[in-house]
Design a protein around this ligand. Structure first.
Ligand code: PLP
Length: 452
């Protein structure tokens, strides 16, 4: 007879074994493990199969073939792992399976998300009465926030974009920097504002907007700034830009996918000074807060604009006196992503989040010092958690990146920064220790010395 309890306990045990092995395993999967992925390339089954067999297939083939992104020596992209409290919360919430759109149908998760939103605003120093939504990531957070921006700046110009669309609407001036993340331009495209129909402004050697290069746009207008350049970690002069443009009625949106978390650290928050003056913000939980994918958050000062952009009503959707989450996110049905954020914040507290952010920044500086001491050139000012290092010409740098990915002690990717090919090291995992950094430094330097 099918034993459901036995299956779920076995799934938990297999997942725990994987999670506990992360610090010891090679980061990238071995080629022979990757070769086994082909075993799943089979025709659609005609009949049922036991859940136990499915679990065994997934774990036996999938676990060794996975990239150890959740582990302490994965430094590719800005990924982060999963805090134990967040993982546990994710498992329980998966069992609840709450489609958190309507408060009165899922009162617990809807309320928990509201509490979590308040905690995030407090922790990040943003206005307490902002609206917000729990979405899949920073891309959808920017999409949501910019939908609110579009709604608000056009309403100011006498146009109801939610009802009447964009045909015939007053034109919106959209300003981005040369270093805008593609997630923002994609969002602008999805919103009918155009990926390329934007004014691009110049940045400095670290990728920060040069305020003097900003044109004197006037409303209706949106300026997209950045907290955390994806290569250098640099942060735009947000306070200065807000001071100058807010009085002209221009909406300032901050893409703070990872850099906004600097605001949670007393030591780092000067980097984002004035960020609270903006109109909207996008950030991720799944990067620096170390909750599982997928989890991002939008914050919008004018709560009503986010609601107008996202509201959804139908006779079969019972409205509540309380806050219905579906009025603040693009989706109607979705998992309650705020649960893992709540668990992470509840387990770390204010001091734990600050410590997590500061520790990652310290590790990034340790990487930079070690690489420079070994004679390699660090291309950025290491202000946050990002390190860009060149090992000489592009070909040699690419060979070092390939060698380190194959060797498996750690994993770092490549990029091109202001025409220089570089290895990009992002430190954002809660579990990374100084020892992980030192082991990784040894491996990278060994790889570099072997690639002459
Ligand atoms: C600055 C910045 N903005 C936006 C994004 C997109 O975030 P997500 O992948 O969570 O949608 C990223 C992801 O790396 C990022 O670094």
């Amino acid at each position: 007879m099918f034993d459901q309890r036995k299956l779920l306990l076995e799934a938990a045990e297999r997942a725990i074994r994987y999670y506990e092995a992360l610090p010891r395993r090679k980061v990238a999967p071995d080629p022979d493990h990757l070769a086994r992925i082909g075993e799943l390339d089979e025709p659609m089954p005609e009949g049922p199969c036991s859940a136990h067999e499915i679990l065994t297939l997934l774990d036996d083939i999938g676990s060794p073939a996975s990239m150890a992104m959740a582990g302490p020596r994965f430094f590719g992209f800005v990924i982060g792992g999963t805090l134990p409290a967040a993982l546990a919360a994710n498992w329980v919430a998966a069992a609840w399976d709450q489609a958190t759109g309507l408060h009165d149908v899922t009162p617990f998760t809807a309320r928990l998300e509201q509490v979590t939103l308040g905690w995030l605003l407090d922790l990040l120093g943003l206005p307490a009465d902002c609206g917000g939504g729990f979405v899949t990531g920073a891309t959808m957070a920017s999409f949501s926030a910019l939908a609110a921006a579009r709604c608000s700046v056009l309403a100011e110009a006498g146009w109801d974009s939610e009802s009447d669309g964009l045909f015939g609407a007053p034109s919106i001036n959209v300003v981005v920097s040369d270093e805008v993340h593609p997630a923002v331009t994609k969002s602008l495209g999805l919103l009918g504002l155009g990926r390329n129909r934007v004014i691009r402004v110049a940045t400095d050697g670290q990728g920060r907007i040069k305020p003097e290069s900003l044109p004197n746009v006037s409303a209706p207008a949106v300026i997209c700034v950045q907290a955390g350049n994806v290569n250098t970690g640099a942060i735009d002069p947000i306070g200065e830009i807000c001071d100058r443009f807010k009085r002209r009625g221009v909406w300032v949106h901050v893409d703070g996918a990872f850099g906004l978390w600097a605001a949670a650290s007393p030591r780092m928050k000067h980097l984002v000074s004035g960020v609270e003056l903006a109109d909207s913000w996008a950030t991720d939980g799944h990067k620096w807060l170390n909750v599982p994918y997928d989890c991002g958050v939008s914050f919008v000062r004018e709560q009503e604009s986010l609601r107008r952009a996202m509201a959804i009503n139908a006779a079969y959707l019972p409205p509540s006196e309380e806050r219905d989450p579906s009025h603040y996110t693009p989706e109607l049905s979705r998992r309650p992503r705020g649960v893992e954020i709540w668990a992470a914040l509840r387990s770390l507290g204010r001091s734990g989040v600050a410590d997590l952010v500061e520790r990652c920044c310290d590790h990034a500086r340790r990487f930079a010092r070690g690489l420079e001491r070994a004679g390699y050139e660090v291309l950025n000012d290491v202000v946050l958690n990002q390190v860009l290092v060149s090992f000489g010409d592009p070909d040699r740098t690419n060979r070092v990146i390939e060698a380190i990915q194959c060797e498996g002690t750690c994993w770092a990717g490549g990029t091109v920064w202001q025409e220089r090919t570089a290895m990009r090291i992002s430190v954002s995992n809660w579990a990374t220790t100084e020892n992980d950094v030192d082991q990784s430094l040894d491996a990278i330097i060994r790889a570099a010395r072997s690639c002459t």
